[in-house]
Design a protein around this ligand. Structure first.
Ligand code: ATP
Length: 292
């Protein structure tokens, strides 16, 4: 059972600054680092490290060939990642000041240049037991959902960045919505504030340090978060979803998938970084054993 992830791939360019420059000001920065980012790439890595068979479908520019290699090094099938001559790889320019406050500019770049051909090829090759996953950081989200529904595969939608007008029309095409609690509350507003009334059969909602909840056809399960010293929560949601879907795609029961995901996210937030901080299945196993 594979998971086919139509996902963004970003280059995160992080600049350490003494202060945020004012209009017209030129500022020498105190430090610079480059990393792999994007919800799509983070979720693919989280799923692969949790032991899932992952195919990533996306697009990059020639400036981002190393990102494709990084995903491939994780054991992810990258044949569906197009390399475009005339687009820049999606990237984020992140300024971080000494108090850890940040300012972020994002260019979608090649993430907004996925084609119908890529969708048809990838979905056409899917088996009946495979899962399709997508987020809101690429173009053609509606076409991706429609192709998955026509093929009859199970579809998970990581509905972030959350834009109600974009998410609501896709609800009847997908099997599972994955959101944080703020997004869930916004979505529920359209249904009288009742989460059970959201028209989707499975709903995964994360509540940060409090825990996470899985609603499967009216059956509600909750797992509290593990208590850890959190140092950096960037990518916690992607880690949780990746680990959860990896377990669900192997037909694990909801409670088991929640526990695995909660442990993976707890380990991830106790390390610095986003993708690089995502734990392996072995790390998660040892963590759960130590907490038993
Ligand atoms: P982000 O946008 O930072 O990736 P998110 O808003 O999508 O996060 P959260 O609900 O903040 O997602 O976190 C996802 C999961 O990560 C939580 O359900 C929980 O399991 C874990 N988690 C987050 N923060 C903590 C914490 N401080 N301690 C332990 N676990 C945490």
């Amino acid at each position: 059972m594979a998971i086919v992830n139509f996902g963004s791939i970003n280059i995160d360019k992080v600049y350490r600054v003494s202060h945020f420059p004012a209009a017209g000001e030129t500022l020498l920065v105190d430090g610079y680092s480059v990393g792999l980012g994007g919800k799509g790439a983070n979720q693919s890595i989280a799923m692969a490290r949790a032991g899932a068979d992952v195919r990533h479908i996306g697009a990059i520019g020639t400036d981002g060939l190393w990102t494709k290699q990084r995903l491939s090094d994780e054991g992810i099938d990258t044949d569906g990642i197009a390399v475009l001559e005339n687009e820049a790889t999606g990237h984020a320019v992140i300024e971080v000041d000494p108090s850890a406050e940040n300012k972020i500019l994002v260019l979608s770049g090649a993430n907004a240049a996925l084609t119908q051909d890529q969708i048809d090829t990838a979905v056409g090759a899917m088996g009946a037991d495979d899962w399709l996953l997508f987020q809101n950081e690429t173009n053609l989200t509606e076409a991706i959902a429609a192709a998955g529904k026509a093929k009859g595969v199970r579809i998970a939608y990581s509905a972030a960045p959350f834009i109600a007008d974009k998410v609501v029309p896709l609800l009847d095409m997908v099997d599972m919505i994955c959101v944080n609690h703020l997004e869930a509350a916004t979505l529920a507003e359209g249904y009288g504030g009742d989460m059970d009334a959201i028209p989707v059969s499975r709903l995964l909602v994360t509540y940060g340090a409090r825990g996470a909840e899985y609603r499967d056809d009216g059956h509600v399960e909750f797992v509290p978060s593990f208590k850890v010293d959190a140092v950096d929560t960037t990518g916690a949601g992607d880690t949780f979803l990746g680990s959860f879907l990896a377990a669900i795609s192997k037909d694990a029961p909801g409670q088991h998938a929640l526990l695995q995901a909660s442990a993976a996210a707890a380990l991830q937030v106790s390390r610095h970084g986003a993708a690089d901080a995502i734990p392996t299945a072995d790390d998660v196993h040892k963590f759960l054993f130590s907490r038993a």
